[in-house]
Design a protein around this ligand. Structure first.
Ligand SMILES: [Fe+2]
Length: 332
């Protein structure tokens, strides 16, 4: 690694890359005493403390891939360059996502047997109006189609919540009925293919506002969102798709005609054999899904020949990602 600088910019040369760093950006990463609390490493000063035209007076490499920077406000700080590069390239966030369709996916990679109570080892359980733990089985007067025996097409759960639950656990207790196979689809793969094959439909689903709604005697839940949500960087961030809960907002017929055509294309894709991975959950199996990406469903089943009983719960991304990062630190 090499360094170069002038008063308004610090340049770090790492292999083939040059990272140009603003003086204020590097200054606010100082963890010297007085700048941050030495236990929590949280910043102790207001932004007004730092002069807006702060300049770099000197920068030099130290041993162990460290760097010393001196600033025009007489502050000097030592930095770990590896840590800075990791932050700049955002390479410490989470493992890269691998998109899959039916032929790419190996079921054994995505399923394993476990106890539902072990969810709390991964993250905090998100309680909803369906309870901390909900029982998915056929009911006489269901408040959701999940609690019937009919087929459920590919969908994401609870798009009407704020925020939408992140990770779903479905633990199989009984599944002796004829039918009742589970299905999963990688919504990001579908969205990626849709963008390539029909960019107009993709853009309509990225931009059209939908009202997602659930209502029963005890709860009225609504959230506005889009079927395909992108991040500020244009990356796929979330799929919200549930054909029984989405109500597109009123608009001109011509606009809605295009929306319904686009939705039809996506609907056909997520329910096509190319993308659906189908399997029969056995008692003791646990299916874990990222509800922001993976759509799931089930085939219809006949309760006169046996029983089907799954138990479900949700945990949120923040606590699960935190667990992943803590465990990553341990194995480093
Ligand atoms: Fe569901």
């Amino acid at each position: 690694m090499k360094l170069d600088f002038d008063s308004k910019e610090l340049r770090v040369f790492d292999k083939e890359e040059i990272f140009k760093i603003h003086p204020l950006w590097i200054r606010e990463r100082s963890i010297e005493k007085g700048e941050v609390d030495q236990n929590s490493l949280q910043r102790l000063y207001d932004p007004e403390k730092i002069e807006p035209d702060l300049q770099i007076k000197n920068a030099q490499l130290l041993a162990d891939n460290k760097m010393l920077v001196e600033f025009s406000d007489n502050h000097s700080a030592t930095y770990c360059l590896d840590k800075l590069i990791t932050e700049i390239t955002r390479s410490n966030v989470l493992p890269p996502k691998i998109y899959w369709n039916k032929n790419d996916a190996e079921l054994k990679k995505f399923s394993f047997a476990y106890g539902v109570n072990d969810a709390e080892k991964i993250g905090f359980i998100r309680e909803t109006n369906f309870g901390k733990l909900f029982n998915v089985r056929s009911q006489k007067q269901p408040n959701d189609l999940a609690y019937t025996s009919i087929e459920l097409e590919s969908h994401t759960d609870n798009p009407y919540r704020k925020p939408v639950p992140s990770i779903q656990f479905l633990f199989c207790i009984e599944n002796s009925c004829k039918g009742g196979d589970s299905t999963v689809v990688d919504g990001f793969k579908v969205a990626e293919d849709l963008k390539k094959e029909n960019p107009q439909a993709f853009n309509i689903l990225v931009n059209t506002l939908i009202n997602y709604k659930f209502e029963d005697n005890d709860a009225i839940l609504e959230k506005t969102g889009k079927i395909i949500k992108l991040s500020a960087r244009g990356e796929l961030k979330q799929i919200k798709y549930s054909n029984r809960l989405d109500f597109v907002f009123y608009d001109e017929p011509k606009v809605l005609e295009e929306f319904y055509a686009a939705k039809r294309v996506m609907h056909q894709m997520i329910n096509s054999d190319k993308y659906i991975l189908q399997f029969h959950l056995e008692p003791g199996n646990l299916l874990i899904m990222n509800n922001y990406r993976t759509l799931h469903g089930r085939r219809s089943y006949n309760t006169s020949e046996g029983s089907r009983w799954l138990q479900g719960l949700y945990i949120d991304h923040d606590s699960a990602e935190s667990k992943y990062k803590l465990l990553s630190k341990e194995v480093e």
